[in-house]
Ligand binder design. Sequence first.
Ligand SMILES: O=C(O)[C@H](O)[C@@H](O)[C@@H](O)[C@H](O)CO
Length: 392
Amino acid sequence: MKITDVKTFLVHDRERPSRNYTFVKIYTDEGVTGLGEAGVTGRELAVRGMVESFAPILRGMDPTRIEHIWQTLWRGHFFRGGHVHSAAVAAIDIALWDLRGKVLGVPVYDLLGGRTRDYARCYCHVQQPGAGHGPRGAIDAMVDYAKGQVEQGWQFIRFGAGEGSRQGAEGIYEQSRAVRWTVEAFGALRDAVGPEVEICVDFHQRTTPPYAIELARELQPMRPFFIEDPLRAENPSEFAYLRQHISVPIATGEQLPSKWDWRELVEQDLMDYCRVDLCICGGLTEARKVAGWCETHYIEQVPHNPLGPVSTAACLHFDLSTPLFAVQELTWRPDILADIVTTDMRLEGGNLYSGGSPGLGVELDDEAALAEPYQMAGTHILRREDNSVSDW
Ligand SMILES: O=C(O)[C@H](O)[C@@H](O)[C@@H](O)[C@H](O)CO
């Protein structure tokens, strides 16, 4: 069997207009195809360019040699690394696992060693962008939504630190206001959902060390499941400084593009939960290596997944087969893009099940995808009151 072509489909999300999805499809001379997704939101055009630059290398290759193709795409050029490169490799890698499963007639989780659990429990985002009036209104809207989700069976919820404290059309983000709002919001959520439901808070890398420490200390008595990305990702050793001052569980890593970027975090126990993103960090092949490394430090996986159906399916097969897994981020719903990508996944309460179809159980309708073309989005820049840049 030989690869005949690789194509990128950029699909605009009509329900969340600030987003586009990057699907990558591999075609073979035997008619079987594989489907992957890339995950650097806002950099879709660059990823498409990177995939195009791989196409001449891929054509004619044997798609069953997944690791060899990974090594070829990663190491076959002098300039390597970074999010765009790793996301393009990721999408191709995921597509190759899907294709292999289809050829052998087995689900990808079987190729990865078989299921270690029956389903993946998930967490949902509960903040409601644009809902409610003012900071208190934003909290009330979030609490209402969270209560509904818990009634439907969700056991894990997540909200973004400071989201309801943003001011003005430009979304001015000031850390001191964000800290106060987040403490109030967490308290309201905890009162509403009770002690059993786990609450995760994404600091989204917007806090400097002193504010991250202050917020983590304030939240600790209310028992967050984890705080996520309390610091920016460029300098992992800074998490050691944070560890000296706080003791809430830390989740991080969604931006890291390869296993080498995880080294300090894993080897120095600087995180409690690993937020590997399969669609950024080199696909299933690379994420499995990161997870294996984490296993030696008892660090559980919480794959990052604010993406679409193919990312979600890849995460699900990874979660089902990975022994140390905690909870899956899920923003996809079965009705999202249902006319473009069909899947065999089933969501019951907050638990995600695979239908066990060959491959990842996803199919892209090429024509339908082309009918929902890319629209430039995600160019918004967050600022502080003095008009300086705030981390997004
Ligand atoms: O945890 C999450 O889902 C993320 O932080 C998410 O909010 C961002 O990655 C965003 O999607 C970038 O475009």
